[in-house]
Design a protein around this ligand. Structure first.
Ligand code: 13P
Length: 253
């Protein structure tokens, strides 16, 4: 049975003082929570702080991107092994902000995914369509292409140790959440596309939903058959809200 995962993506937010408060609150609150994994993906400079505060807790942490290069003359790049050095479990790859603002192509995202998994990180692969793509009826074409790019490089078996996050671009930071039915439809599409190649990998794959998730809409989203948790932006910066979202993912008896 697939477990639930709720991962915070802090994006470019935080400072040492605010992070400490947030991480300590998340850590304390997660101690009494069972049946869901809580993760925080923090900016690189704060990985050491996350490791120090969360080190002996149930909360895990990760980076928000990773270089596709190994060590070498790549000024500014952070390698996968640097992330594992700081205890990261996860690395987000292919977030729509990376794709749109920094120009990460499908091929580059696939190379980052491959570098991350080879270093023992669990990549959180983000996929999702823009508003224009949804309105043009090409959501499945876009998401399928983004998934296929990964499988072409790493193979379908690599998804056995990865997470996929469906994040419709039009729902990110807009307050406009996909309806549970809209999200479920794309999640089922993702699982079916992978199942066509490997049914066991598809059945075990955690597929998160991201885009304006709040405590108020999380229960309904997370109760969909193919939604295994969430990737949370803005709401992950507020400890009470983030932990309420995590609790919404706790399996009901
Ligand atoms: P919001 O939750 O702020 O919409 O961001 C979602 C996201 O991009 C998570 O990666």
């Amino acid at each position: 049975m697939r477990g639930k995962l709720v991962a915070g993506n802090w994006k470019s937010n935080g400072d040492l003082v605010a992070n400490r408060r947030l991480l300590e609150q998340v850590r304390a609150s997660a101690a009494s929570m069972h049946g869901v994994e809580a993760a925080v993906c923090v900016p690189y400079p704060y990985l050491a702080q996350a490791q120090q505060i969360l080190g002996d807790s149930s909360v895990v942490w990760g980076g928000q991107d990773v270089s596709h290069f190994g060590a070498g003359a790549y000024t500014g790049a952070v390698t996968s092994t640097m992330l594992t050095d700081f205890g990261c479990k996860y690395a987000i790859v292919g977030h729509s902000e990376r794709r749109a603002v920094f120009g990460d192509s499908d091929a580059l995202v696939a190379a980052k995914f491959d570098a991350a998994r080879k270093a023992g990180l669990t990549p959180i692969l983000c996929v999702g369509e823009s508003l224009q793509e949804r309105e043009s009826g090409v959501t499945e074409t876009v998401v399928g292409r983004q998934l296929d790019a990964i499988m072409a490089v790493s193979g379908v078996a690599a998804l056995a140790r990865a997470v996929v996050a469906y994040e419709p671009v039009w729902a990110i930071g807009t307050g406009k959440t996909a309806t549970p039915a809209q999200a479920q439809a794309v999640h089922a599409f993702i699982r079916n596309r992978i199942a066509a190649l490997d049914a066991a990998v598809a059945a075990g794959l955690q597929i998160l939903y991201g885009g304006s998730v709040k405590a108020a809409n999380a229960v309904e989203l997370f109760s969909q058959a193919d939604i295994d948790g969430g990737l949370i932006g803005g709401a992950s910066l507020v400890a009470d809200e983030f932990m309420a979202i995590c609790r919404a993912a706790v399996p009901r008896a």
